[in-house]
Design a binder for this molecule. Structure first.
Ligand code: ADP
Length: 300
């Protein structure tokens, strides 16, 4: 038996908007049953990639396969097998929670005999059973976002695309959604999740693709990326601007990789500094170090 096709496979994908190349030769793999985080700063090309996967946009070059179906030709078949959560909440506010789910059972052609069970299951996933009769505009931001995800699951898709699933939500609600996404992953659903929150990628993704200027600049499990690009330890040196410039000059001389925040300079691979290290605070290297090193962007 041949192995099952990957959930997503992109090779050399290019998408241009006039002068702007939004996606510039992207390779991306989502193995079946894994959660892949597409991590990048604003403008990196994440949303464009998501739109290409739903065939809302058509690539200028390259090949795209979703669950063994080639895009854009086979997009109808692939759309039927996947669930999509858009970045912008497009729930129907004139309908109740339950009615919003019902509409999607029709759109996704859930057989009539299974509709009731599909809605109940989605309500349970979203933990909105007791709000089933509420109009959407009576829900909190977190509830709406849970409903938006549950709505994409009524037909039990094998693949889910989550575009910035927790953007703009407070930390507590974000944690609730992380639990929901983690549950999906544990059930074997393949997930592609775009995010610019480092912690989200670190917690949920089996593999992270760091995207910058329309390309993948690093791919791997979060811990591997940290080890490969940032080492084991980081040394944070605090001080007035003049001191920070001094430390940066010293680092350049020695060839130490650094990154700057407003109030500190961080020297990466601090475990290799021996006795030469300036005074500072040591901490474990993390995915944020990798992100800043590779994309040159500060994290919000
Ligand atoms: P991200 O989701 O990572 O923030 P986007 O995919 O939205 O990035 O955008 C990538 C680049 O493509 C940006 O420079 C953006 O301005 C440009 N872009 C995206 N969509 C369009 C469009 N419809 N028309 C023109 N430019 C676009």
């Amino acid at each position: 038996m041949s192995p099952s096709p990957p959930a997503i496979r992109l090779r050399g994908v290019v998408k241009r908007y006039g002068e702007v190349t939004a996606v510039a030769g992207l390779d991306l793999d989502v193995p079946e049953g894994t959660c892949v985080g597409l991590l990048g700063p604003n403008g990196a090309g994440k949303s464009t990639t998501m739109r290409l996967l739903t065939a809302q946009s058509i690539a200028d070059e390259g090949s795209l396969e979703v669950l063994g179906h080639r895009l854009p030709g086979d997009s109808k078949s692939s759309r039927a097998l996947m669930g999509v959560t858009p970045q912008l909440d497009n729930l129907d506010t004139t309908l109740t929670v339950e009615q919003n789910l019902l509409v999607f059972t029709y759109l996704y052609r859930v057989p009539r005999a299974e509709r009731r069970a599909a809605i109940e299951r989605a309500l349970e996933i979203a933990n909105l059973g007791d709000r089933r009769g509420a109009k959407v505009d009576e829900l909190s931001g977190g509830m709406r976002r849970r409903l938006l995800i549950a709505r994409a699951l009524v037909h039990r898709p094998r693949l889910v695309l989550l575009d910035e699933p927790t953007v703009g939500l407070d930390p507590q609600v974000r944690q609730e959604l992380w639990a929901l996404i983690d549950q999906l992953r544990n059930e074997g659903t393949s997930i592609l999740m775009s995010t610019h929150y480092i912690e989200e990628a670190q917690r949920l993704a089996d593999t992270v693709t760091v995207m910058a200027s329309g390309r993948a600049v690093a791919v791997g499990p979060p811990s591997d990326l940290v080890r490969e690009h940032a080492g084991r330890e980081a040394l944070e040196v605090y001080g007035p601007p003049a001191r920070l410039r001094e430390v940066e000059a010293e680092a350049r001389e020695h060839g130490w990789p650094t990154r700057r925040t407003g109030t500190s300079v961080t020297i990466l691979r601090a475990e290799e500094l021996d006795g030469l290290a300036p005074e500072g605070e040591r901490r474990t290297a993390n995915l944020e170090d990798v992100f800043v090193l590779l994309t040159g962007e500060e994290v919000a």
